[in-house]
Design a protein around this ligand. Structure first.
Ligand code: ADP
Length: 428
């Protein structure tokens, strides 16, 4: 929505800017032309009038007639001044006027002045121009009002046009936002639009959606296939183990190894379930999913990792600080606990690894190399491994832990330890 508004506003601004430039240029040239024409015409008229006055004066001088003023051919509101004896003297305020045409302002009054020097005498015509000035002001006001009006009209037109132009874009945005795009039944959008840029956008959207649907379909088949194809051999392993036990012919060591095969089989089964849940983004945990208590999951994990810890000369300890009565998704809890314990054992040499159970959660503490503060967020990202990472890991373990925790609404944090090492805390 914000984009659409911004685009509409940008169109209106463009309209107003163009109008401003055009009407501004028009108004300025009009003012300039009026000014030039005024100067030119008035100068010409006054020059002619002054010539007539001077001609009359020289005629009067030659005929000996000394009568002044009324006999001169002067236009109304025009005064003649001269530095010679044949007319009124040039007023002091006009003494500095230049030769030819100029304008003179005296308080609220404005005048045109035309001066000519002949035989060392200055002659001057002064014409009041208040009326013209008023007309000029009226013209300028008209031009200003016209410019303002055209800007207003441009903004209204721009707004109407922008709305019209943006209407299909807005409609497409609404359709994309509101309909359930991933439903295979959702009809394509492109046929609703003209074959213009918006139509092409709709077609591009349809095409992308098509790819997305195909990818989702492939993924759905893949998860279905995986779950089906892996479940069957796992069931075969489990039932074969049972049958072998039932024969009663196995030695103690063989039974132990058979038990390990059974445990590994059920671990794989759990992992498959976990990955399928995560892949589907399924928020249901389902009634059929096995549940386990925190203590139960911890016992399983201890059995599973004690050999690995022993092999590295580590002391793997289970500490119960408080009892927890909750029951949790067995696969998910096993995956989280297993990844944290495996890392704790993997990233420390010797020393102690502690699985500490508290009410509503657990901690996995080790005395290993620890994680630098600036990397404590990144290690939860997929494929992130610290430079000094050891072994063959892919950097996926903690990202799976994080996703499982998010899925279950659990919090996972890395808490600093007073001594060296790491402490991963899971809060249900
Ligand atoms: P992987 O162990 O496969 O590399 P993880 O996602 O489990 O991937 O861990 C990411 C990185 O976080 C590891 O490469 C390691 O550098 C660091 N890390 C994880 N757990 C610990 C730990 N307990 N002590 C020190 N570093 C750890």
């Amino acid at each position: 929505m914000a984009y659409k508004r911004a685009l509409t506003r940008r169109i209106v601004i463009a309209f107003v800017a163009i109008t401003l430039v055009v009407s501004g240029a028009f108004a300025l040239s009009l003012v300039y032309v009026v000014h030039v024409v005024e100067e030119h015409l008035v100068a010409e008229e006054l020059e002619e009038e002054l010539n007539q006055v001077l001609a009359r004066l020289s005629k009067m001088a030659s005929s000996g007639d000394s009568s002044e003023g009324p006999g001169l051919p002067l236009e109304p509101k025009t005064q003649f001044y001269t530095s010679g004896p044949q007319g009124p003297a040039i007023p002091r305020s006009l003494a500095g006027s230049r030769e030819g045409f100029s304008e003179f302002v005296d308080g609220a009054d404005a005048f045109y002045v035309f001066q000519q020097t002949r035989h060392g005498l200055r002659h001057m015509l002064v014409k009041e121009q208040n009326e013209f000035e008023q007309r000029e002001q009226a013209l300028y006001s008209g031009v200003l009002a016209g410019s303002l009006f055209s800007i207003l009209a441009a903004s209204i037109l721009g707004w109407l046009l922008a709305r019209r132009v943006m209407a299909p874009v807005a409609r497409l945005a609404r359709q994309v936002r509101h309909r359930d795009q991933l439903l295979p039944v959702a009809p394509p959008l492109a046929p609703d639009y003209a074959d213009d840029e918006v139509g092409q956008l709709a077609a591009a959207f349809d095409a992308t959606l098509g790819y997305l649907r195909q990818a989702l379909e492939r993924e759905r088949f893949f998860t279905g296939d995986v779950s089906h194809e892996l479940r069957t051999p796992l069931m075969v392993i489990a039932s074969s183990c049972e049958l072998l036990v039932e024969t009663g012919e196995l030695t103690g060591t063989q039974l132990k190894q058979l038990h390990q095969i059974e445990v590994a089989g059920s671990d794989i089964q759990e992992l498959v379930e976990t990955f399928l849940f995560l892949a589907r983004g399924d928020s249901r945990t389902g009634d059929t999913v096995a549940r386990v208590t925190l203590a139960g999951a911890a016992d399983n994990a201890m059995q599973r990792f004690s050999a690995m810890a022993n092999a590295k000369g580590q002391d793997l300890k289970l500490i119960v600080e408080a009892q927890d009565s909750g029951s949790y998704n067995a696969s998910f809890l096993a995956v989280v606990m297993a990844n944290l314990l495996r890392n704790a054992i993997h990233y420390s040499d010797g020393g102690e690894v502690r699985l500490v159970l508290v009410k509503g959660g657990f901690r996995v503490e080790d005395s290993g190399i620890g994680v630098a503060a600036e990397e404590q967020r990144e290690i939860f990202e997929p494929f992130y491994r610290i430079d000094h990472a050891r072994g063959e890991g892919q950097g996926l373990g903690l990202s799976i832990v994080k996703r499982v925790c998010q899925h279950q609404g659990w919090a996972i944090n890395l808490r600093p330890l007073d001594s060296a090492g790491s402490c991963f805390v899971v809060d249900f």
